[in-house]
Design a protein around this ligand. Structure first.
Ligand code: NAG
Length: 195
């Protein structure tokens, strides 16, 4: 066997191994992304669901539990950043009516964060023996979070409010409410297939 044949042979073998590996990595990635996409069809806002969760596909893999958990994580992160924004806004100069709506909103966002944190805590500890109790807690808390968010939006409705602030706040809270609704749908879906 000539050296050049040996070299080519090794080269080709390596190339085939590399291509096969890349193909299987690609297949897994596609499968994970497809799983996120199909799970999102159980939600009311599938496009927001996919946009917010497709980046987590490699973490979620094909687990309905991790999908629900990731949805809660994303909702918490979004609620946290909006809450921080509202705290900053509520310290700016606005009409008393606006300042008061903002303070109320900051307060209910705090409650929302609390409900989401508790839910994530039990989601992490969910197991066979506590399943029924924890799942029911999580469903209750996430529904409560959704109610709080709607309370905040209700405060930003009147015509006597600064249009820009009203639009900004309502838009941010709306996204959180939609993320929360999606998380709840994914939790309910996970619960339904778990039995
Ligand atoms: C949720 O967030 C926690 C804490 O940041 C992290 O450890 C966990 O991996 C996340 N889980 C999912 C499914 O995103």
């Amino acid at each position: 066997m000539s050296d050049s044949f040996r070299f080519n042979h090794h080269f080709l073998t390596s190339l085939i191994i590399i291509i096969t590996t890349l193909k299987s990595v690609h297949t897994i990635t596609t499968t994970n992304t497809e799983f996120v996409k199909s799970s999102c069809t159980f939600t009311t806002y599938p496009r927001l669901c996919f946009a917010s969760l497709s980046t987590q596909a490699s973490l979620i893999q094909t687990s309905p539990k991790l999908m629900a958990h990731a949805a809660l994580n994303i909702t918490l992160a979004s609620a946290k950043s909006t809450s921080a924004m509202m705290v900053r806004l509520s310290n700016s100069r606005f009409k008393p009516r606006e300042v008061s709506a903002m303070r109320d909103c900051v307060e209910v966002l705090g409650d929302t964060l609390e409900e989401l944190r508790k839910s994530i805590g039990e989601m992490c500890e969910l197991s066979g023996s506590n399943y029924e109790v924890y799942m029911s807690d999580i469903q209750t808390w996430v529904s409560a979070a959704l109610t709080y968010e709607n309370t905040c939006m209700d405060g930003f409705q009147g015509d006597d409010m600064n249009g820009k602030v009203k639009v900004l706040v309502r838009r941010r809270i709306l996204v959180i409410a939609q993320l929360t609704s999606n998380a709840l749908a994914l939790i309910n879906h996970f619960a339904s297939i778990h039995g």
